[in-house]
Write a protein that binds this ligand. Structure first.
Ligand code: NAD
Length: 489
């Protein structure tokens, strides 16, 4: 299928399900990136004058289009990212949820009134649109990440230029088509309010380097974020980074082990371990370690792995051969370090040929500071790390460079409160009696340390997409200076 009129290199996309060619695409050339940014800049001049609730109406219509085409879009997510149908539907539902959130927000982009030290003065702050927003997204949430950013950016008055993952071009073109359908009949919303630049790293870099894009929101690996952050900083732009995680759960002796099992298996093996919030470290009290490992091993061994279009399947394919090679190299290195690896083998029986399927793995016997445990391998590998008391558990938990999602399972209030306190989890997300993955749209999403510090979607994340202006108005006949300064002329 020829899907886009680019003028750059040809990009071929194969489905992770069976390796079938799903389309050939032309990457955007450097000239096209510049042209797209020019058009988005012109669109900004018009969009910033459109009242925010009217921009909200545009987003409401996008939400409606998503509801209408939910099944079809989920089908494309499954085809390109290999997600099981339930998870693909869940991803589109997140898009619908953020549309609804953003519509409400479009009547709530409020500032503050602040007490002035000067008589008959008003001090306040207000929020204005910032300009075209560049969104760079990863393959594993090929549609939702765009919507978390785009729906907020749009109600805030900013056109969005999307550089999707080169592994999910069809998803991007489908979302863009839905946005354009939603725009029909809304002539006050400029056509270039949404654009897509297909391509890989170099296309992303051309977007990142352009000073006409005041905000770059980048989701992906830590090495990508490091490069993007430095390039955006070099031109003193703003970046919003949503990078890799290395998420842990602490399991206390009082925990309900049935709940632990459900939470841990979904978080570790769901999406084939390819979520930024996937559970990677199972930090368990030594007294229940053996029982937990036995139950987890049994659950992992019985997980149905295969074609993600089959409703009985819970674990679909890895994205590509490169992901399999990473996983196998990691497991071999773990064995070489004396660890025990349970599962983790490639599966070739009863799965579509041409895809890459694996049994999720459990690894025991590595120390918490082992280099393998310290990094994110984007595959279903769960390291089991025993502890003696909560203090040690929290030290282990926080002892990695990443800081995205975290969880504790316990029935004891003092343990959960300690985990949530300033001495507890150092992550952007901290859950009690829930796994690490599956956040709701209403809360701000993101993480600390090498995860990049950005926050997207709910709460006051919208402020990232606006510029703050502090305003002082003098309605007195005098001109008193702040700090009581006398400057008589
Ligand atoms: P990736 O870093 O390989 O690619 C992500 C995106 O960045 C792609 O669109 C890619 O083309 C682009 N890119 C790569 N180098 C670039 C550069 N120098 N300049 C500009 N753009 C560049 O990541 P991936 O393999 O697609 O996704 C998996 C990673 O994403 C994991 O580390 C995962 O944890 C992370 N992730 C994080 C979140 C989050 O919200 N924190 C969400 C999803 C995925």
């Amino acid at each position: 299928m020829e899907a886009q009129e680019g003028t750059g290199e040809t990009l071929e996309k194969y489905s992770p399900i069976d390796g079938a060619l799903t389309g050939t695409f032309k990457e955007a050339s450097a000239g096209q990136v510049k042209e797209t940014i020019s058009r988005a800049s012109a669109a900004f001049v018009a969009l910033r004058k459109v009242p925010a609730p009217r921009r909200g109406e545009f987003v409401r219509r996008i939400g409606e289009a998503l509801r209408t085409h939910k099944e079809a879009l989920a089908g494309i997510v499954t085809l390109e990212a290999g997600k099981i149908h339930q998870e693909a539907l869940g991803e589109v539902q997140e898009m619908i949820d953020i549309c609804e959130f953003a519509v409400g927000l479009s009547r709530q982009l409020h500032g503050l009134t602040i007490a002035s030290e000067r008589p008959q003065h008003r001090l306040m702050e207000q929020w204005h649109p910032i300009g075209p927003v560049g969104v760079i997204s990863a393959f594993n949430f090929p549609v939702a990440v765009w919507s978390w950013n785009a729906m907020l950016a749009l109600v805030c008055g900013n056109p969005v230029i999307w550089k999707p993952s080169e592994k999910a071009p069809l998803c991007a073109l489908a979302c863009h088509a839905l946005a354009m359908e939603a725009r029909k009949g809304m002539d006050d919303i400029p056509e270039d309010v949404s654009s897509v630049l297909l391509g890989g790293r170099s296309t992303g870099e051309a977007l990142v380097d352009d000073p006409r894009v005041p905000l770059i929101s980048a989701t992906g690996s830590i090495p990508m974020g490091r490069t993007v952050a430095q390039r955006v900083a070099a031109r003193l732009g703003r970046s919003l980074l949503e990078l890799g995680g290395n998420n842990g759960v602490i399991v206390m002796p009082s925990a309900d082990l049935d709940m632990v099992l459900r939470g841990a298996v979904f978080a570790a093996a769901g999406t084939t371990g390819q979520r930024c919030t996937s559970l990677r470290r199972f930090i368990v009290h030594k007294d229940i370690q053996e029982t937990c490992v036995k139950r987890l091993s049994k659950a992992f061994a019985n997980l149905p792995v295969g074609d993600p279009r089959d409703p009985e399947i819970l674990v679909g394919p890895l994205i590509d051969e490169g992901a399999l090679a990473n996983m196998q190299t990691t497991l071999e290195a773990a064995r070489a370090s004396g660890a025990t690896v349970i599962g983790g083998d490639p599966i070739t029986e009863k799965v579509p040929s041409g895809g890459v399927y694996v049994r999720p793995a459990i690894v025991t016997g590595l120390s918490p500071d082992h280099e393998l445990v310290q990094k994110e391998t984007f595959a279903p590998i769960l390291y089991v790390l025993p502890f003696h008391n909560l203090e040690e558990a929290i030290t282990i938990h926080n002892g990695v460079p990443q800081g995205l999602s975290s969880a504790i399972f316990t029935d004891r209030l003092i343990e959960s409160e300690r985990f949530l306190s300033s001495e507890g989890s150092d992550c952007g997300i901290a859950n009690v009696n829930i796994g690490t993955s599956g956040a709701e749209i209403g809360g701000a999403f993101g993480g600390e340390k090498e995860t990049g510090g950005g926050r997207e979607s709910g709460s006051d994340a919208w402020k990232n997409y606006m510029r703050r202006q502090t305003v002082t108005i003098n309605y007195s006949p005098e001109l008193p200076l702040a700090q009581g300064i006398k400057f008589e002329i």
